[in-house]
Design a protein around this ligand. Structure first.
Ligand code: ADP
Ligand code: MG
Length: 276
């Protein structure tokens, strides 16, 4: 029900994993630019005080931006009116961004004593939900208040996991948190899936690890794996999408597979991806 054009039923997806460096931000940016190329209206929400996603999209000095997510969530906390679209930046690629900077750390502390503290982001995003087909929330590497807010605002969660090490306890803890948010705060929350990222397909070690993860989380791991690739790494510094950098490469193709499977609800049709 969420993939019809028109934006009346935005699908909100949180990219979450309390471990840093697993590919959350790269995945958020890559899925967003892919969806945007499909004509979908996409809002990226940078929910990490490091502002990596904001920088990745070309706003090199997040700390100079105002208002940011922190300001707008602060307004909700203090019961001030947020005008629809306030603070949203427009990227050349057609993707919109709610930026973040270091002020989000202070805001997270303020949240602890706020009324309805887990649903502040949900309230904020509800002011723009009729404008987008997708909202992708790039979470910070923790299971703190900001991530709880993202999970409370989301319809589903995508969990990037670096296929280099066995994720073991961290992933279990994240899945328990998702289940708890679903029970207590957001009954509609689903897990879209685990994405294996930075897979070095040539080594038997990597193959072994991805097999073990697939066995442990049967049915919840996307078939497509994101290979370790220089191009994918360049997304974070070049202000270019994976499709601009390496349209026919394996990483771009894997991201396309993932959004077809989880978001557009359709079959994979490579030829449908037209360059802009
Ligand atoms: P997170 O948001 O979980 O901290 P990032 O998306 O920032 O993770 O990725 C961590 C680092 O790994 C970044 O330097 C990024 O450029 C790099 N990276 C991400 N995906 C890939 C990939 N598929 N291949 C190689 N490097 C990658
Ligand atoms: Mg990140």
């Amino acid at each position: 029900d969420s993939f019809f054009v028109g934006g009346v039923s935005v699908k909100t997806i949180a990219l979450a994993n309390q471990k840093g460096g697993v590919g959350k931000t790269t995945t958020a940016a890559s899925l967003a630019s892919g969806l945007s190329r499909q004509g979908k209206k996409v809002l990226l929400v940078d929910a990490d005080a490091q502002g990596n996603l904001t920088q990745m999209l070309g706003w090199a000095q997040p700390d100079e931006l105002s208002p940011t997510l922190a300001d707008l969530m602060g307004k909700i906390i203090t019961d001030q009116l947020v005008s629809p679209g306030e603070g949203i930046l427009h990227h050349d690629s057609g993707v919109d961004l709610l930026p973040a900077n270091i002020e989000l750390s202070a805001l997270e502390v303020t949240l602890v004593n706020a009324m309805s503290r887990e649903t502040v982001m949900r309230q904020l995003l509800s002011t723009v939900q009729d404008r987008y087909d997708y909202a992708l929330i790039d979470c910070m590497p923790s299971l703190g208040m900001m991530t709880l807010n993202a999970l409370s605002a989301a319809d589903s969660v995508i969990i990037p996991v670096q296929a280099h090490y066995l994720p073991a306890k961290g992933l279990e803890q994240l899945l328990r948190t998702v289940a708890r948010v679903k029970r207590q705060l957001n009954p509609k929350l689903e897990i879209d899936g685990i994405v294996l990222t930075m897979v070095d397909g040539r080594t038997t070690l990597a193959k072994g690890i991805s097999e073990q993860i697939r066995q442990a989380y049967a049915g919840r791991v996307f078939a497509s794996e994101i290979p370790r690739s220089i191009r994918a790494a360049e997304v974070s510094v070049e202000n270019k999408s994976i499709y601009d950098l390496d349209r026919n490469g394996k990483a771009a193709q894997a991201y396309i597979n993932i959004y077809y499977r989880s978001m557009l609800g359709g079959f994979f049709l490579w030829s449908a991806i037209q360059p802009k």
